[in-house]
Design a binder for this molecule. Structure first.
Ligand SMILES: C[S@@+](CC[C@H](N)C(=O)[O-])C[C@H]1O[C@@H](n2cnc3c(N)ncnc32)[C@H](O)[C@@H]1O
Ligand SMILES: [Zn+2]
Length: 269
């Protein structure tokens, strides 16, 4: 199904084996791995700095262990409940597509699209099953028409609320995951003298109505030092932590910590 828009003229793009092209002759090569780069501005800015190889590797290794499977199961159930089987599902900031693949497996006839600004992440996402389109694009400016998406995922990626409301169909849904106050409390306690709870994220979003709030908690036991470091590296505070504090984790071979998330489900008005 043609769904992606040409970033130059806005016409629909045809997916071919080696490229995507529009009827006006604009053409975008597909990378060897299969994704396409539809990002127009290559300037680096706060908004288009994607995850680097190290961050992507840490997250992929951690997620593959299945510790966040309860959250992924909840997401998949809710997408299945709210979205028509042949709908369009887009993942804004899909990373290496661990959640996207779970959704695609449950929705085999849906059109599933992953966007991320990081090529490193998309290289991995392209190895997964069930993705119809994978594109380098900013979630602040997705190459999609207004009102073209039935289900949109915003999992730990930037919150581009107005853009999300723009691309959703009236009656379409946004599935947004946010960490809870005490998410990874014991991991933080191993690093910081006085760990602070996460600040609650604002839940009201323009153009969207909050339908459901699904908190989900668990306790996980990391089995070795690599898993502990990978999880810490996935957190937004990793890069703000001093080398001395980071080094405290090197002595841990196992660690039990709580996980807390809320899945927020919104409907486009
Ligand atoms: C914490 S990761 C989450 C990835 C994935 N959703 C998951 O939960 O596994 C955030 C992702 O957002 C991407 N990202 C950051 N800024 C972005 C932007 N402006 N547009 C699209 N993706 C962006 C990063 O490259 C990264 O892959
Ligand atoms: Zn064009």
């Amino acid at each position: 199904m043609k769904i992606l828009r040409c970033p130059v003229c806005g016409e629909l793009l045809e997916k071919e084996e080696k490229r995507y092209c529009c009827s006006r002759g604009h053409s975008f090569d597909r990378a060897r791995q299969g994704y396409v780069n539809l990002l127009q501005s290559q300037r680096s800015s706060k908004r288009n700095h994607g995850d680097d190889k190290e961050m992507v590797t840490a997250r992929r290794e951690f997620l593959e262990q299945g510790y966040y499977e309860p959250l992924r199961r909840l997401l998949v159930e809710k997408v299945y409940f709210y979205t028509v089987p042949n709908g369009v599902i887009a993942d804004a900031g899909c990373g290496e597509g661990w959640y996207t693949e779970g959704v695609a497996a449950k929705m085999p006839v849906a059109t599933v699209i992953g966007f991320d600004i990081s090529k490193e992440a998309l290289k991995w996402a392209a190895k997964r099953q069930g993705m119809d389109h994978l594109a380098v694009a900013s979630c602040y400016e997705m190459p999609l028409a207004d009102g073209s998406v039935d289900g949109l995922l915003n999992f730990f990626s930037p919150l581009a609320a107005e853009e999300y409301a723009r691309v959703l169909k009236p009656g379409g849904h946004l599935f947004r995951a946010v960490p809870g106050d005490c998410h990874l409390w014991e991991l933080k306690s191993a690093v910081y003298e006085t760990p602070k709870p996460n600040r609650p994220e604002p839940e009201e979003l323009p153009g969207l109505t909050l339908l459901e709030r699904c908190p989900i908690q668990d306790e996980i036991t990391l089995k070795n030092n690599r898993e502990i470091l990978s999880l810490f590296q996935m957190t937004p505070y990793y890069y703000r932590t001093s080398p001395a504090d980071q080094a405290k984790l090197k002595s841990y071979q196992t660690l039990t910590t709580r996980t807390e998330f809320t899945l927020l489900i919104y409907e486009k008005k």
